[in-house]
Design a protein around this ligand. Structure first.
Ligand SMILES: C[S@@+](CC[C@H](N)C(=O)[O-])C[C@H]1O[C@@H](n2cnc3c(N)ncnc32)[C@H](O)[C@@H]1O
Length: 229
């Protein structure tokens, strides 16, 4: 079935502009380049970022000799980790040029560049027309206006498992986060657990499992098997 995404060019431009500006700051989460105080804040309030990284690589196994599509790859931490674990080919797609610059630099600095391809663009519109063993989509569904139009094409590109995060509705944190993003003119969306399960299944993913990361932001991580042959 072909769907017309509700997402407009203007919507994507807002998200891309926000992440282009935030790229350097976002990248520092992973490399502990922040002040001691900010590292404490990250451990306390952003532990989901590290926990979903751990879950993704615990799930997408074995990585040796496999291909991975990383949608919304940001500064490339998942791409280079996949190569470190033996992936033969990794495609990182992102709409923010500043993020992709950092991803290229990270891949070069870690010797992963020859197995990584970075594509500037928006999923699903600009995704390569190939299928992958695995996919990872972390911290991205937060910014997707029409998740069904995103997840259907994703399921069709994956032969094995995909690991995705979805931000949960949280009584205290959600209104604050909405306000922060509204001030930065970046759209942001939240999900309930039943909604995540049905979005994944309706998109065609099989063996869907949804877990909630305890503490901090309480993201859901959904794992499902894609429909590609
Ligand atoms: C919070 S960052 C997460 C980066 C990385 N996945 C990580 O976990 O470190 C979200 C990224 O998704 C990208 N993004 C959002 N919507 C996208 C879309 N439809 N297509 C491609 N990239 C997208 C943004 O540009 C941004 O770099």
């Amino acid at each position: 079935m072909t769907r017309t995404p509700k997402t407009t060019g203007e919507h994507d431009q807002k998200v891309g502009t926000y992440f282009d500006k935030a790229a350097v700051t976002f990248d520092t989460f992973y490399d502990r380049k922040r002040t001691k105080l900010m590292q404490w804040v990250d451990r306390k309030y952003r532990s989901d970022i590290f926990e979903r990284f751990r879950i993704a690589f615990e799930t997408l196994r074995p990585m040796e000799g496999k291909s991975l599509l990383d949608v919304g790859c940001g500064s490339g931490p998942y791409c280079v980790e996949a190569v470190r674990r033996g992936a033969r080919r990794v495609v990182g797609l992102d709409m923010a040029p500043g993020m992709l610059d950092l991803a290229c630099r990270r891949a070069e600095a870690t010797g992963a560049a020859d197995r990584c391809e970075f594509v500037l663009g928006t999923f699903p519109k600009d995704a390569p027309q190939e299928t992958f063993d695995y996919a990872v989509v972390m911290g991205v569904l937060d910014y997707i206006a029409d998740p069904a139009a995103f997840l259907g094409p994703l399921a069709q590109r994956v032969r094995g498992k995909a690991a995705l995060s979805f931000p949960s509705q949280h009584g205290f944190r959600t209104p604050l986060r909405k306000l922060r993003y509204w001030l930065k003119r970046c759209p942001v969306y939240f999900y309930g657990s039943g909604q995540v399960q049905s979005l994944m299944e309706d998109a065609g993913f099989a063996d869907v499992q949804v877990v909630k990361i305890p503490g901090a932001g309480q993201d859901y991580v959904a794992i499902g098997r894609g429909t590609a042959k």
